[in-house]
Each structure stands twice: as structure tokens, then as C-alpha cells.
Write a protein that binds this ligand. Structure first.
Ligand code: 13P
Length: 217
């Protein structure tokens, strides 16, 4: 049976469950990270600085694409890039932002993840770009993230963390774990030097094959 959290839980409950999973599975720590889901003409997003273990459904904040806000809490400090990504990418319904250690280590080095493994193709191209640094919560960070996400479903944020997106929250969470795995593999290679890479053509070939396999987004 497919483990589709969002099918059985309300969107608010699904967001909280995903936050707890990402902290439990080591993808994130403390109150870092934030998750949003498209809802109508806006999004539901985690509140800022609230521990996930005590978060309740009515702590989740609703923000409209028109700038309207409703909720008893203040929205995540990263609401800008969540809103801008959901507005710019109609096929994306969930955005996961976390500070996973391997992704963040690569991002601290201001490196993109190159095509070292064929699974890089799940992000839509031959690399996972690292967006240039900008202060958290700023429109500059949002612009940098959107540029890094062009034709890609995930990116790194320099000196900060990563963003994974998906048609569903389950897909975005799955992608976040896969991107962290690729980052870990990259870090594992680097002591031997820069790894040999697959070609851009081969990654395009893998993307075509994946369309018939189940990894397509
Ligand atoms: P929030 O607690 O405001 O969501 O911020 C956490 C974070 O990861 C900022 O990048």
C-alpha cells in the first residue's frame, strides 16, 4: 500500500508529521527547516521557531498568494521562497526546506552536486545547483533559490541548507532524503579527489528511462 500521508491526514497534520519525520530521520535538527503545502490560492506553512514535537494543526499558518495571512502564529521566516516557488511552479504542491548535514556541508563549500550517480536525474537534470548565499528570509535568497531551481526539483543554498519540492509532500520528503544521500556520496568521494562524472547526455538518457520506471515526478 502506498504510504501517502496527505491522503489520510489533513494537510496541516501531514505537514506536522513530515516535520517530525525529518527531525527523526536526521534530515533536520531542532526548529531549523520549514515545510509548506499549496492550498487553494495560497499555502499552508509551518510557523517560525516552534518545536515540531509540540506543534498543533492550528499553529500552521495560511498565506495567500496575494499577501494575506491567517493564523495565530507568525509564518516561517522563509515564507518568501516557499510562496515564490509555489507561485512560479504550478506542478509543485509541497516545499521542504531543511539543514541536512551532508547537503549543508557541500553548500558551505559553495559547490553544486555534480552527476556522480545516475540518481541525480531525479532532480530533473545533470546537477543539483547551489544557490549563492543570501541572508535567510530575504527576497534575494528567494530569487537565488528560484534561479537554482530552474528545471530542477531540488537545490542547495550556500552556507545554509537545501530545498526539495514535489507534486506531493511525500514526494518532496522522498526527494529530500535522496538529495541528502547524493550529498553524502559526494562527500565520501572527495577525499579521493573530484569523482569521475557521468555525461550530461547519459543523465538525459536516464531521465527518459525514469519516465517509464516510477521515479518521474
Ligand atoms: P523558521 O523557524 O522561521 O521556519 O526558520 C528556520 C530556518 O531554517 C531558517 O532558514
Amino acid at each position: 500500500m502506498r504510504n501517502d500521508l496527505s491522503a489520510t491526514l489533513t494537510q496541516r497534520e501531514a505537514i506536522i508529521a513530515a516535520c517530525r519525520v525529518m527531525n527523526r530521520n536526521g534530515l533536520n535538527q531542532g526548529t531549523s527547516g520549514n515545510i509548506s503545502m499549496r492550498q487553494g490560492e495560497g499555502m499552508l506553512i509551518t510557523p517560525t521557531s516552534l518545536p515540531y514535537d509540540t506543534m498543533e494543526p492550528d499553529d500552521i499558518v495560511w498565506m495567500g498568494f496575494d499577501g494575506s495571512v491567517s493564523g495565530k502564529r507568525q509564518a516561517s521566516s522563509e515564507w518568501r521562497f516557499h510562496l515564490d516557488i509555489l507561485r512560479a511552479k504550478p506542478d509543485v504542491n509541497a516545499v521542504v526546506h531543511a539543514h541536512p548535514t551532508a547537503c549543508t556541508t557541500v553548500a558551505i563549500m559553495e559547490k553544486s552536486i555534480p552527476p556522480l550517480h545516475y540518481m541525480i536525474a531525479i532532480c530533473g537534470g545533470h546537477d543539483i545547483r547551489c544557490a549563492p548565499y543570501a541572508t535567510f528570509g530575504t527576497s534575494e535568497l528567494s530569487e537565488n533559490a528560484l534561479a537554482a531551481l530552474e528545471d530542477r526539483s531540488a537545490c542547495l543554498l550556500a552556507h545554509h541548507g537545501m530545498i526539495a519540492t514535489g507534486r506531493t509532500l511525500d514526494r518532496a520528503m522522498w526527494l529530500a532524503v535522496e538529495v541528502e544521500t547524493l550529498a553524502r556520496q559526494y562527500l565520501g568521494c572527495l577525499p579521493f579527489g573530484e569523482p569521475p562524472l557521468l555525461s550530461v547526455e547519459e543523465i538525459q538518457n536516464v531521465i527518459s528511462r525514469m519516465a517509464n520506471y516510477g521515479h518521474a515526478s
